[in-house]
Design a binder for this molecule. Structure first.
Ligand code: ADP
Ligand code: MG
Length: 299
């Protein structure tokens, strides 16, 4: 490959909304046959909204407000998109300022814990509560199952050792995702959805984006995302990975081609080979097509 031809290719990339780290990046896209897509913030908008609060068990008066207030106070200390949605809804719908949490701990891929107003509070995926041996009572288990069947994320809230609420949170699949997935297929790539979220939610999102249910890899902890990419590579695949979060950075660096969402975190952008400036996955298909035609021209 001559440097000049590759430079032409990278110039066209900028027009398409793609920033390329260096001319050599285009070459590594040639063999790509698999594209791994992070769910939240990559296939979906990442702008979460709180849609419902379900309560059960020994809750005080105004149980929904109390669950929102305690969870919101804790989530105020977290940057996670789910945390932003819960904290915003709590600020909106509860009286007075949210209390400042003490002993706040963020558990990556699971949720948050800490003390709020003298209560030991947990908010996160039900697996976080299970880690603390807190079970969901039947009413909340039902609310969780119904939420997940609708493709929504169920956040469980517990305080003082008891599960008290399920918060239903969801974000929307980006309007461009299904078309991008169709373009990946047309280029002969296998699209795979990778997420820390649970299987039911992941499958609902995959269905909307046009990704096959057998290509959904769910409930993967942030530190294990890179290992999933390595495993696919060990199967002989040449893997592109698209992601936006701090939790995607290692996987982006491990992939043969790392595609960072320009709308995402600096950690992802630093780890990626290419940045999709507008966070539009269709630009990833353009990048792969561009690199193939650029390389064809210079052969
Ligand atoms: P993704 O891979 O889809 O970007 P993450 O790995 O960041 O998702 O998170 C996985 C799951 O962990 C979330 O779907 C949520 O259930 C839970 N979780 C993570 N952080 C938080 C938080 N701050 N508050 C509540 N739940 C959280
Ligand atoms: Mg993400």
């Amino acid at each position: 490959a001559t440097p000049t031809a590759l430079m032409v290719g990278t110039g066209r990339g900028a027009q398409l909304g793609i920033l390329i780290k260096g001319p050599e990046v285009l070459e590594s896209t040639r063999r790509i046959d698999t594209i791994v897509l992070d769910k939240t913030g990559t296939v979906t908008t990442g702008r979460m909204t709180l849609l419902a609060v379900h309560t059960a068990g020994d809750v005080p008066e105004e149980p929904e407000e109390e669950a929102l207030r305690l969870a919101g106070a804790l989530e105020n200390a977290s940057e996670h998109p789910i945390a932003r949605a819960i904290a915003a809804a709590a600020a909106d719908r509860t009286a007075g300022p949210l209390p400042a949490p003490e002993d706040f701990t963020g558990v990556p891929g699971k949720g948050v814990t800490g003390m709020v107003d003298g209560h030991a509070v947990l908010a996160g995926r039900p697996a976080l509560l299970a880690d603390w041996s807190i079970a969901l009572p039947p009413g909340l288990a039902e609310a969780r199952a119904a939420a997940e069947a609708r493709g929504r994320t169920a956040i469980a809230v517990a305080w003082d050792g008891e599960a008290r609420a399920i918060l239903e949170v969801a974000d929307a699949v980006k309007p461009t995702s299904a078309e991008a997935v169709a373009r990946f297929r047309a280029l002969g790539l296998t699209p795979i959805l990778l997420t820390g979220d649970n299987e039911t939610v992941a499958r609902a999102v995959a269905a909307e984006a046009g990704i096959s249910p057998e290509h959904v890899i769910a409930e993967v902890l942030p530190e294990d995302k890179a290992a999933v990419v390595s495993r696919l590579q060990a199967e002989g695949r040449a893997v592109a990975m698209a992601g936006d979060g701090i939790n995607d950075a290692a996987a982006l660096a491990t992939a043969n081609l790392g595609l960072a969402m320009g709308t995402g975190t600096d950690a992802a952008i630093e780890a990626g080979d290419l940045t999709l400036v507008r966070g539009d996955l269709r630009a990833a298909a353009d990048a792969i097509r561009l690199s193939r035609s650029t390389l064809r021209t210079i052969k």
